[in-house]
Design a protein around this ligand. Structure first.
Ligand code: FES
Length: 157
């Protein structure tokens, strides 16, 4: 059984910005607000190299990652072409000025994903692996799985 949990008021989220929601397990969830007062929720982890999407700039129904400027769709979590990758999305709804996330999703969705570790990975590099290129998704990049169907707010019909 799913229950909705109030995480903040709409006015607590800056227009064209985001607010982070911490979880007991897993990375934070970023709740975004655009200039139409639509709200969206994604794991606060860019599919490129784990940048904090909550610190990105929202435009339309997308966010520009603050690290390398990838564009991530807020409805799907999908990186815009030519980049490839996806960050998990979460169901979100807005009612009477309050923003809700799904409690079950907060507890269990994408809790296995961690933020990539910066710096040399000397101990884990496979000497026979092909060289990395800038636009490749990180190892373990996942397809978009999305949140609960029909529960998202904003322009994600
Ligand atoms: S980490 Fe987001 S664009 Fe590189």
């Amino acid at each position: 059984m799913s229950e909705w949990k109030v995480v903040c008021r709409l006015e607590d989220i800056p227009v064209l910005g985001a607010r982070r929601v911490t979880r007991t397990h897993g990375l934070d969830v970023a709740v975004f607000r655009n200039d139409q007062d639509e709200v969206f929720a994604l794991l606060d982890r860019c599919p490129h190299k784990g940048g904090p999407l909550s610190q990105g700039i929202v435009f339309g129904s997308s966010v520009a990652c603050p690290l390398h400027n990838w564009t991530i769709g807020l409805c799907t979590g999908q990186a815009a072409a030519p980049d490839v990758g996806c960050t998990p999305k979460f169901a979100v709804k807005l009612e009477i000025g309050l923003v809700f996330l799904n409690s079950a999703e907060l507890a269990s969705h994408a809790t296995d994903l961690t933020r990539p570790v910066a710096g040399p990975t000397r101990h884990t590099v496979d000497p026979h692996a092909p060289p990395l290129r800038g636009s490749l998704p990180p190892e373990g990049a996942q397809p978009c799985l999305g949140g609960r169907p029909g529960a998202a707010a904003g322009a994600c019909a």
